[in-house]
Design a protein around this ligand. Structure first.
Ligand code: F6P
Length: 345
């Protein structure tokens, strides 16, 4: 642990964007400036700004008026500086270290998801004072109970499902809605439950079409006019089609019931953060500045049982926080007749 007093700090946002990034930048920046008298710069376009030495000075007035704004004022990218290192290409990590020192930085705040935390850990191993802040709509960063972006995406997905109920009912159709989540089904599970989905399919749970169709037929036979299927994009399906299209075709073929699909896509990542995400991102940001002041580096800020804490970056690298097959919400859902497509495996 390095306890040198930080004076000048850099912030970057990397990976896919999500609502709440600006709230986090503001939380770090304002606390650093107002409480600790630090200087703050923001690197543009994720790790690419750090490699190219492209940055903006962030003064307190630049940080006003951004709390409610979606996306990131700094821009983002999925640039991975350590990608070529195992083949002997060390240029990008070397440039980063050089730029960090030339800019007189005492600490670097990396706001991002799993990929960003992995890179942040590598930079910490290279000797930089790094602190991570977890964000992603997917809510799958290991080491914390929740990431900001998730609540906003959940609200958007739930509203979409609410709207599908009325059109599904009018036409007596099966409606499939595909939400984001390649590896983790948090959005599908939570939005599926909040939106009253009849069938919820998650990447973490094996499913088969027979179980899905049987559930739809049972509902049809018991005079339930329509069915809502909420599916995460990452469930097993042929690569050449979307999860929703694959299911729609199979359901219509096997049940003969008219079926339609909606892929929600990037709408889930856009727009203003919910109040919960604004608060979470602000708490994370302010706490990251406190950690810098204390010299607590090589860590990611996290929430455990609603308490702010830090987790060593080295513990997070390469792990994902997935939905447990016996998650309490899944257990409750099953008891209410919700299908997870695995009854006849
Ligand atoms: O941010 C996570 C995520 O939203 C995933 O759920 C999604 O599959 C992925 O990003 C797609 O992002 P992009 O097209 O920006 O790489």
């Amino acid at each position: 642990m390095n306890s040198s007093k930080a004076k000048r700090i850099g912030i970057l946002t990397a990976g896919g964007d999500c609502p709440g990034l600006n709230a986090a930048i503001r939380g770090v920046g304002k606390t650093a400036i107002v409480e600790y008298g630090m200087e703050v710069i923001g690197f543009t376009s994720g790790y690419s700004g750090l490699i190219e030495k492209e940055f903006v000075e962030l003064k307190e007035n630049n940080l006003s008026g951004i709390l409610t704004v979606g996306g990131t004022i700094l821009g983002t990218s999925r640039v991975k500086p350590f990608k070529g290192v195992k083949d002997g290409d060390n240029e990008k990590p070397e440039l980063i270290k050089q730029n960090y020192h030339e800019l007189g930085l005492d600490a670097l705040v990396c706001i991002g998801g799993n990929g960003t935390m992995k890179t942040a850990n590598r930079l910490a191993e290279e000797g930089l004072n790094v602190i991570g802040i977890p964000k992603t709509i997917d809510n799958d960063v290991w080491g914390t109970d929740v990431t900001f972006g998730f609540d906003s995406a959940l609200n958007i997905a739930t509203e979409a499902i609410d709207r599908l109920h009325t059109t599904a009912n009018s036409h007596q159709r099966v409606m499939i809605i595909e939400v984001m989540g390649h590896h983790a089904g948090w959005i599908a599970l939570y939005a599926g439950m909040a939106g009253g989905g009849d069938i919820i399919l998650l990447p973490e749970l094996e499913y088969n079409i027979r179980s899905v169709c049987k559930k739809i037929e049972e509902r049809y036979e018991s005079k339930k006019a329509y069915s809502i299927v909420v599916v995460a994009e990452g469930i097993a399906h042929p690569k050449e089609t979307s999860a929703a299209s694959h299911l729609a075709e199979a359901i219509q073929t096997y049940t003969g019931i008219e079926t339609r699909e909606t892929v929600l896509g990037y709408i889930q990542r856009g727009g203003s953060p919910t109040p919960m995400d604004r608060i979470l991102a602000t708490r994370y940001g302010a706490y990251a500045a406190e950690c810098i002041a204390k010299g607590d580096f090589g860590t990611m800020v996290a929430v455990r049982n609603n308490e702010l804490t830090t987790v060593p970056l080295v513990e997070i690298s390469d792990k994902l926080r997935l939905v447990d097959q016996n998650h309490t919400l899944i257990q409750k859902a099953r008891k209410m007749g919700v299908s997870f497509g695995d009854e006849y495996l």
